[in-house]
Design a protein around this ligand. Sequence first.
Ligand code: ZN
Length: 149
Amino acid sequence: MSELRDLYQEVILDHNRSPRNFGHLDDANRRADGHNPLCGDRLDVTVKVVEGVVTDLRFKGSGCAISKASASLMTEAVKGKTIDEFNELFDYFHRLVTDETLSVDERALGKLAVFSGVRDYPARVKCAILAWHTLKSAVSDSQEVVSTE
Ligand code: ZN
């Protein structure tokens, strides 16, 4: 577990410093805003969905390292997946950051596995999950601003 904790720091720092898929997707057909008032994190997610597949996505925003790194890793994990696959991953990620009893399958999760480290910092769960809630809202075609509250 301590190896995973070191990796957690490393991955968060790396994705915070150079976030992947950062910006605004010009040919997006879905978008949503997310806000985590507890920490002040704000995200804007733009997504292109073609025949039920997330073909491309970007995020913008300001917030803490965890919210940014989580958004960055999420965009990498979700690109090319169907909305059903995303919804499954959403549920799994939610359990990963909150459920102490869930064993972490690093092979299945890849780098997302490092977010099990958030379990040690319950106040940061909403930072880690914000991007996921925002993307869920975007692909559900809701135009509302998402709040983790
Ligand atoms: Zn935060």
